[in-house]
Design a binder for this molecule. Structure first.
Ligand code: FES
Ligand SMILES: [Fe+2]
Length: 442
């Protein structure tokens, strides 16, 4: 249990809030590359409780500015992309991607007004189908050399979805390996041929056991958590019989991403990005080690649930997530269909817009959450003290190569310890990959 002050300290995201200040020191996903593909290559983005405008110019370069024009506050989302920047349609003021005001055309000839105007501008970078923005103090860190950023475009697919709740509880479901045996339980296993692109639907590596069966029948995993180069590693072990054990390795990438296995050759790297205190988007990069990703199929699967342009789930609070009590009795543990995104969405949204942690009671399976909150609190304190160099996972271009992987594995072994198995299974996967290099410091 924690006090209300502690809960606010780790959840609130505004520019003056402690957690908000920490998150601003990291690159934040702000849009999918797909979202700037239309005729109008300008998009409003709300992130960390603030409003920005993201745009792609004719030469392909990106810009990220404050949403409201420095003149009299009109919305630049409706601007014109022309003459090397974005022009406000109210009085024609023109801003470049660094926030310089280039023209104030209605002002008298020879006016110097624009030399004194600066629109708020932020660094922006595109990686693996996601556009990231940086809103922090000082220079942005380099991107760590994680698999999801190293893989070629053919081997990654990015998507997102809205959760109507605070970012922290959305993240915490991802560092809670025990919930999968309950929340995501299916009473029957699906044919593996229908599993492509879906989580928890394939077989565990090095076995013919459906993951659904492992989760259902072995529902009391032993859990180890430890700090790692990128944040935290979680190892969940399920003893299947005297000589076989199921090992699932997942990761927290500081401050707010998880990297988990999806199938024997794919991983999911997923950020939980605050829109404001009460809403967040998950942004995921699905990374394939071997075959190219079938982006069209993966996109079509996800568009069955998520409605554009805001990537809002068709199953949500307003329709009880499609809850069906007969289904709950006969085929799934939760009764909200077979899409595990809906299960997680219900779990985290039903906790309230910001989970009241003054009333919770943590158990042994919440080890990951406990360690993560400790890391988060430590980092927030360092950030408030302006000790930015003490923050985890903010590499420079020279140190980015020290942060790789992380290893995310789901498999069955009879002869290995969990540590030996993760090394073996990870190396095996990398050996089969045309692009993945070995991880460092393992
Ligand atoms: S409000 Fe944008 S130019 Fe006047
Ligand atoms: Fe889940």
């Amino acid at each position: 249990m924690m006090s209300q002050e502690q809960n606010d300290f780790i959840t609130r995201v505004g520019p003056k809030e402690p957690a908000g200040q920490l998150l601003r020191q990291y690159w934040q996903p702000i849009a999918l590359s797909d979202e700037l593909e239309g005729v109008h290559k300008i998009k409003a983005v709300r992130v960390l409780g603030q409003d920005f405008v993201l745009f792609k110019q004719e030469d392909g370069s990106l810009g990220l500015l404050d949403k409201h024009c420095s003149h009299r506050g009109a919305d630049l989302t409706y601007g014109r992309l022309e003459d090397g920047g974005i022009r406000c349609p109210f009085h024609g003021w023109l801003f470049d991607a660094t926030g310089n005001c280039l023209e104030t055309p209605a002002e008298p000839e020879g006016s110097k007004l624009c030399t004194r105007i600066k629109q708020g501008a932020y660094p922006v970078q595109e990686r693996s189908g996601i556009i990231f923005g940086y809103f922090g103090i000082g220079e942005a860190p380099a991107f760590p050399e994680l698999d999801c950023f190293n893989a070629p475009d053919t081997h990654v697919f990015a998507f997102k979805g809205l959760f109507e709740c605070n970012w922290l509880q959305a993240l915490e479901v991802g560092i809670d390996p025990a919930h999968a045996s309950y929340l995501h339980r299916f009473f029957e296993d699906e044919d593996e041929t229908a599993s492509y692109g879906k989580q928890f639907r394939s077989t565990s590596a090095d076995s013919d056991l459906p993951v659904t069966k492992v989760l259902r029948e072995y529902d009391r995993p032993t859990l180890e958590v430890e700090e790692s180069e990128v944040g935290m590693r979680l190892t969940a072990v399920r003893e299947l019989d005297e000589d076989q054990r199921h090992v699932r390795i997942t990761n927290l990438v500081f401050p707010q991403a998880i990297v988990i296995p999806m199938s024997s050759n794919m991983t999911i790297s997923q950020w939980h990005v605050p829109v404001d205190d009460h809403n967040c988007y998950w942004y995921a990069i699905f990374t394939s080690f071997t075959d190219a990703v079938d982006k069209e199929q993966m996109r079509a699967q996800r568009l069955e649930l998520y409605e554009l342009p805001d990537y809002i789930s068709r199953r949500n609070r307003s329709n009880n997530y499609g809850f069906d009590p007969v289904e709950q009795q006969k085929s799934t543990y939760l009764g909200m269909g077979h899409d595990i995104n809906v299960h997680d969405q219900w779990a985290v949204e039903s906790q309230g817009f910001i989970q009241d942690r003054t009333k919770e009671h943590l158990g042994t399976t919440d080890k990951g959450i406990i360690l993560y909150r400790r890391l988060l609190t430590r980092a927030i304190k360092a950030c408030l003290a302006a000790e930015y160099e003490a923050l985890p996972l903010r590499p420079t271009a020279e140190t980015a190569h020290l942060f790789t992987g992380p290893i995310a594995i789901d498999g069955v072994t009879s002869q290995h310890t969990p540590q030996a198995y993760l090394e073996y299974a990870d190396q095996d996967r990398r050996n089969k990959s045309s692009w993945a290099t070995s991880v460092t410091s393992e």
